[in-house]
Design a binder for this molecule. Structure first.
Ligand SMILES: [Zn+2]
Length: 344
């Protein structure tokens, strides 16, 4: 048993538990993938679309094991050599295309080298996989080079790409692939999936803090310190949203000279916290019952909802979603967070 800030976490959040939450959350997509593998109705290229924290990587790993494992077509057996090599990231039938260290985009040279490797014969399995875990980082030249692989795919090759939004890819890449969307869940559905691992109150709070994203929720459950950090960021978001424009500018400037200046993850977490606070304030404006709000923040929510017009909040949320989709190409977190908060 582990103490949590608001209750008892019933079970340690192992990788397996985390995988189970994500796979159950996206059951329809998983069932579809299992079916196309067992019925051998595969196309050459798949795109998993979902914002950070939805669990694209876990779904992709499940699909890869289904494709490569020789004993099970539903997520693999997880025990054979093929599955173990896949889990450790050293499968000879998996070819990753990643951003090179020190660079921000996938270069055309990396694509060409990867394309050469894709012509090798599979070692253990019927298929080999070309995996692009951050396809939004393909440079324009790299994306055009990739098109060639999609137009004339090497034999027995399945390409799997992960992106936050289809807008991150060339329309011609999207049209030559099958896209599978991983949406956020309803609060009720995600809370229900978390309850085997924690008490109901914790499940509800983690669901809200994670913006109903299953992988993010599992990560929060695994780390009490992370929950505390998110709560702190949300408290700060209420202060920012409730402040006058001048005061907000001052506060943003203070923070930007600190850790947000260069730290994209810190800025990204702040942006996530702002969306939770803005959403709560909107709920208060439309008269949602207290049960819908984040516990412990009712007074701050009321204050923000009285200070800001509904249109301001809606525009802020819209900006945030746009920002999130374009986050990877926006190299400067300072500019991103500044434009978000000053446009509310
Ligand atoms: Zn296996």
């Amino acid at each position: 048993m582990v103490r949590c800030f608001c209750g008892i976490v019933k079970a340690e959040m192992s990788n397996e538990n985390s995988d189970n939450i994500v796979l159950s959350a996206h059951r329809q997509v998983v069932d579809h993938l299992d079916m196309i593998v067992s019925e051998k109705r595969l196309v050459h290229s798949y795109i998993f679309v979902g914002l950070a924290g939805m669990g694209k990587d876990i779904i992709a790993r499940h699909f890869m094991r289904s494709l490569l494992c020789t004993t099970s077509s539903s997520g693999g057996c997880k025990e054979c050599q093929v599955c173990r090599l896949l889990s450790s990231g050293s499968s000879p039938d998996l070819f990753r295309l990643d951003v090179m260290e020190g660079e921000t985009q996938i270069s055309i040279d990396s694509v060409r080298e990867w394309q050469r490797k894709l012509h090798q014969k599979p070692v253990f399995s019927q298929f080999k996989i070309g995996f692009i875990s951050e396809a939004e980082r393909l440079s324009a030249g790299a994306a055009h080079a990739l098109l060639k692989t999609l137009e004339e795919p090497p034999d027995n090759t399945i390409i799997i790409m992960l992106v936050p939004s289809p807008e991150n890819l060339l329309p011609t890449i999207v049209s030559r692939s099958q896209s599978l969307y991983l949406p956020s869940l309803s609060e009720k559905d995600l809370s229900r999936l978390l309850v085997p691992y924690c008490d109901e109150e914790t499940a509800k709070i983690v669901t809200q803090l994670s913006a109903r994203r299953p992988r993010r929720a599992a990560q929060l459950l695994a780390d009490e310190a992370e929950i505390a950090a998110v709560k702190e960021a949300i408290e700060e978001s209420y202060v920012l949203l409730g402040a006058t424009e001048f005061d907000r500018l001052q506060r943003i400037n203070n923070r930007l000279t600190g850790d947000f200046g260069e730290n994209k993850i810190a800025a990204q977490k702040m942006a996530e916290a702002v969306v939770v606070a803005a959403r709560d304030a909107l709920l208060a404006q439309v008269g949602a019952s207290a049960a819908a709000h984040l516990r412990g923040y009712q007074a701050s929510t009321q204050q923000v909802s009285q200070r800001l017009e509904m249109n301001d909040l809606l525009r802020g949320l819209e900006n945030l979603l746009l920002l999130e989709r374009k986050w990877e190409v926006n190299a400067n977190p300072r500019l991103a967070i500044e434009s978000l908060l000053l446009n509310i």
